[in-house]
Design a protein around this ligand. Structure first.
Ligand SMILES: Nc1ncnc2c1ncn2[C@@H]1O[C@H](COP(=O)(O)OP(=O)(O)OP(=O)(O)O)[C@@H](O)[C@H]1O
Ligand SMILES: [Mg+2]
Length: 303
């Protein structure tokens, strides 16, 4: 592996690492988003438990085997998967007790670059990426976050005969890279996807936790909208809780059919209404109208 080649400078290795990943030292205040990410149901509890249990899970696994520490967050676009991955990574640096005070590194994979060929041979790029993770683990704990995992762990059974064999090769490189990390302490992989059906079963099978993050339920929607309103309030723009509550009641009036609104849709709602209606005080009817547009768009499968 070239990274280990004698003569290669630390600067060159660092350069390469920065091409493969966005790198952050954790914990980091801007990723302290756990309490500000609202998901109805038990998804957050499951992620928290998976991370908090890691020291015990590992100790047991070392003796009797078992799946790796891989969490897959899947669900529709804009529901907060990447945000939870970052917040969970930040939590890993804070919740899991460790004897040394060194920080944790978050490596956020730039997968579009990995597979585009921009960095050269894609298979080699995936191999290099995992080799870099292995090297870094000698020095400190690492959380590897891979968004849009389906673009590197592509379901090989969906490929037609005409598809490049390259895809098969880099899926294999990914699986081999993951297997080689097995048994390493202080390593967590969080992958996200809004196309779960496109993920290769061999990768899915390696994941210890597959957690669905769905559209926002009533409580999550109210909390997201209230946070938005609070942020506008700090900018001197008043959007009352009465308006937010009335909007939520209107959108979630059917107890049997939850609207397909994502956290991203809800976060954008006030801003869209203000710009569309040229007002800093959008009314409930205007907000509902924007939300209905978003619902139409989501049901047509547009992003
Ligand atoms: N559950 C949520 N709670 C609070 N804010 C949210 C939530 N979901 C989404 N958002 C808002 O929408 C933005 C986009 O969320 P994020 O990028 O995490 O979605 P995603 O599920 O990863 O989407 P995609 O599948 O398109 O990658 C967030 O930065 C945040 O502002
Ligand atoms: Mg995402």
């Amino acid at each position: 592996m070239t990274d280990n080649a004698p003569g290669q400078t630390a600067a060159a290795r660092h350069d390469k690492l920065e091409k493969l990943f966005r790198i952050f030292r954790l914990p980091r205040t801007e990723f302290d988003l756990w309490d500000k990410t609202y998901v109805d149901g038990d998804a957050k509890r499951r992620i928290f438990n998976a991370i908090a249990m890691m020291p015990i899970t590992r100790a047991v696994r070392r003796q009797v085997g078992g799946r790796r520490e891989i969490i897959i967050l899947h669900g529709p676009p804009g529901t907060g998967k990447s945000r939870l991955a970052r917040a969970g990574a930040n939590g890993f640096a804070q919740w899991v007790p460790r004897p040394d005070a060194d920080g944790v590194l978050l490596l956020q994979a730039s997968v579009s670059k990995w597979v585009s060929g921009l960095l050269g041979d894609s298979q080699k790029t995936v191999e290099d990426a995992f080799e870099s993770v292995r090297l870094l683990l000698n020095f400190q704990p690492v959380v590897l976050v891979i968004d849009e995992i389906e673009s590197i762990a592509t379901n090989r059974s969906n490929l037609s005969a005409g598809d490049p064999t390259d895809v098969h090769r880099f899926v294999n490189a990914l699986l081999t890279g993951i297997d080689a990390l097995d048994g390493r302490c202080d390593m967590l992989l969080i992958a996200t996807s809004n196309q779960e059906g496109m993920i290769d079963p061999a990768f899915l099978d390696r994941a210890s936790h597959k957690i669905r993050i769905g559209y926002s339920g009533r409580n999550a929607a109210r909390a997201i909208l209230r946070d938005q309103a609070r942020a506008y309030r700090t900018a001197g723009i008043e959007i009352s809780d009465t308006v937010i509550n009335a909007l939520v009641e209107e959108l979630y009036c059917d107890a049997h059919a939850q609207p397909q609104l994502s956290g991203r849709d809800l976060s954008d709602l006030l801003h869209l209404a203000m710009t569309q209606y040229s007002t800093l005080r959008p009314g409930v009817a205007q907000l509902v109208s924007i939300a209905r547009e978003q619902l139409r768009r989501n049901s047509n499968g547009q992003t």
